[in-house]
Design a protein around this ligand. Structure first.
Ligand code: LU0
Ligand code: CA
Ligand code: ZN
Length: 431
């Protein structure tokens, strides 16, 4: 039960205002639509109080709002002035979180994180140092023409050997820069460990690892390289027939796309799903790459993590339904997802849960990779746990610690990649 009656009245107000949601959607809620008549738009984080269940959080996302953080009785969102007015008119109660505007996060300098160019330079340097372990492939180009790179790490990397493959994707969301640092960390840990660490040596002798350090380079550059961060989430692709820019790549995948109220049809929304599945240039590039890893009709990639920030969570599918099982996701599959998810979370101290325990999402990468490709696909929401740790922009001095924190989980995933069902003792049935 909810402790305060004011939240009950807030809920009643929201119910009474439900018809206004359609209006809000038509208007296109989103941080780019925040021009204020009284001055320049202020985008910052707000706490929305009186929400304590996944269904209530999903109701909020149906207004086109992206949730940054889930708290026991509230959520945190990023919003501009117009968003705040609109949500208040719908009956939501919002209070500003001090220290979360773009000006406030300037102490976290954009230069604390690798730029996209610096990311590619580091990858090339590692490849030059370990030519037998590392190859790179430009799998396609972003909307604005930047290279989308997949880095392969394996013994005899230049040869496509018959070994289980593991995929790590990063930076679907532009402002989640810590995830790019995570990609570089994994690349460095694996290459430097080969030949010196017996476990890593054995894993690279028997697995092929693909790292896509940035699935959204245009968004990353836009967010990072203007001098201060812009809190940008989506890609930078204009929507046809609209002046608005950006598709939420993690609502654009082609599995139950737009099915279930877990994304927005409004181009201005932070969770805009795009005009069609895989309409996002970058979604299409990564999806084509994954489809290309089918050899003789068999998908070579068996396991995957999509890195995001923030919340310190390990999440698994489905996101489009609250149900634990669904079409193509049996009770045995769910048990394996949960067991491996919990073991990885045990190694990094994150909270393990089904993705929809937060709120419904549809068109997410996890749902497509599992539902369409049969890949055990997780999302890691990295550091921090909450806005007070810096939200999307934690200080640069936490990068080393918070990426190293996932080393063990990365190795666990590689270890189980030959047969994830081994974790529940069902290898004889499924592998
Ligand atoms: O896409 C998202 O909304 C993710 C969470 C889902 C994978 C369930 N959260 S994020 O956008 O804050 N990284
Ligand atoms: Ca190999
Ligand atoms: Zn994200």
């Amino acid at each position: 039960m909810r402790p305060f009656s004011r939240t009950t009245s807030a809920r009643r107000a929201r119910t009474a205002a439900a018809a206004l949601v359609a209006l809000a959607l038509a208007a296109g809620l989103g941080t780019q639509a925040t021009a204020s008549p009284s001055g320049p738009p202020t985008v910052q984080q707000w706490e929305v109080t009186g929400l304590d269940s996944a269904t209530e959080r999903t109701a909020l996302t149906r207004t086109g709002t992206a949730i940054d953080e889930v708290r026991p009785d509230s959520v945190v969102i990023t919003a501009g002035d117009a968003d705040v007015r609109r949500l208040r008119s719908l009956g939501y109660e919002l209070s500003a979180l001090p220290g979360t505007s773009a000006a406030d996060v300037r102490p976290t300098a954009p230069s604390d994180y690798h730029t996209y160019a610096a990311t590619l330079a580091e990858i090339n340097a590692v490849r030059a140092q370990y030519p037998s372990l590392v190859t790179t492939r430009v799998i396609g180009r972003s909307y604005q023409g930047r290279d989308i790179v997949a880095v392969k790490v394996s013994a005899n990397a230049a040869t496509d050997e018959a070994e289980p493959e593991v995929l790590f994707t990063h930076n679907q969301h532009a402002r989640e820069h810590l995830t790019v640092e995570m990609a570089l960390r994994t690349l460095n840990v694996l290459t430097s460990g080969y030949g010196s660490n017996a476990r890593i040596t054995q894993l690279l002798n028997s697995r092929e690892v693909w790292i896509i350090p940035s699935a959204n380079p245009d968004g990353k550059v836009y967010d990072q390289e203007s001098g201060s961060f812009r809190s940008w989430r989506k890609n930078r692709q204009p929507t046809p027939g609209s002046s608005l820019i950006g598709t939420d790549l993690n609502r654009n995948w082609n599995y139950r796309w737009g099915c279930c109220g877990g994304s927005s049809s409004s181009p201005g929304s932070e969770t805009y799903r795009g005009p069609s599945a895989e309409s996002g240039t970058e979604t299409r590039v990564v999806a084509d790459f994954v489809r290309g890893r089918r050899v003789g009709g068999v998908q070579q990639i068996t396991a995957h993590i999509d890195f995001h920030t923030y919340g310190e969570l390990v999440l698994w599918p489905y996101g489009y339904t609250y149900n634990r099982t669904g079409p193509g996701l049996t009770a045995d599959d769910a048990a394996a997802f949960e067991a491996l998810g919990e073991e990885m979370a045990g190694s990094n101290g994150y909270t393990p849960q089904q993705s929809s325990d937060l709120y419904i999402t549809d068109g997410s990468i996890n749902d497509w990779l599992w539902g369409d490709q049969g890949i055990f696909s997780y999302t890691f929401e990295m550091y921090p746990r909450g806005a007070s740790g810096g939200g999307f922009y934690p200080p640069g001095n936490v990068i080393a610690r918070e990426t190293a924190r996932n080393d063990a989980a990365v190795l666990l995933l590689l270890e189980y990649a030959d047969c994830v069902y081994r974790i529940t003792g069902q290898e004889d049935t499924y592998c």
